[in-house]
Design a binder for this molecule. Structure first.
Ligand code: UDP
Length: 138
């Protein structure tokens, strides 16, 4: 069993597709083990995406991520990190496979509805960014 961090980004919350997104995770066998709605500050978003701080899209991305509420979740399942990314689809929705969240709901490369950890180490630090161990169900 593996855990990963999922975020429904501000565009997903505004589009009122929280339920659709969670339905897709649960349909594929991922379980929600922690969940919270929150609005990040610019500093929160900059800290979360610190790995991208030299990238040209960093300022716009961090503005976007704090532009409205998000839903943060811990998802658990077999190969949860890779499975979540498969369900999400490619970063650029134009390259995402049919039936993925980003293919169906994203409106730009930035406003692509969901975030998902990309490796075990990042999953660990990203989960700890939002949740304490007491928040996560066994
Ligand atoms: N992003 C962007 N422009 C780009 C690449 C990425 O605005 O050219 C945004 C997009 O919202 C993406 C996030 O930055 O989801 C993080 O990028 P990453 O390469 O880590 O993609 P992800 O892991 O989210 O698929």
């Amino acid at each position: 069993m593996e855990q990963t961090l999922s975020i429904i980004k501000p565009d997903g919350v505004k589009k009122q597709i929280i339920g659709d997104v969670i339905r897709r995770f649960e349909n594929r066998g991922l379980s929600v083990k922690a969940m919270r709605m929150l609005q990040m500050t610019k500093e929160d978003a900059m800290g979360f995406y610190a790995v991208h701080k030299e990238r040209p899209f960093f300022d716009s991305l961090t503005d976007f991520m704090c532009s409205g509420p998000v839903v943060v979740m811990v998802l658990e399942g077999e190969k949860a990190i890779a499975l979540n990314r498969e369900i999400m689809g490619a970063t650029n929705f134009k390259e995402a496979d049919e039936g993925t969240i980003r293919k169906d709901f994203a409106s730009s490369i930035e406003s692509n509805v969901v975030h998902g950890s990309d490796a075990p180490e990042t999953a660990k630090t990203e989960i700890a960014y939002f949740f304490s161990s007491l928040d996560i169900m066994a």
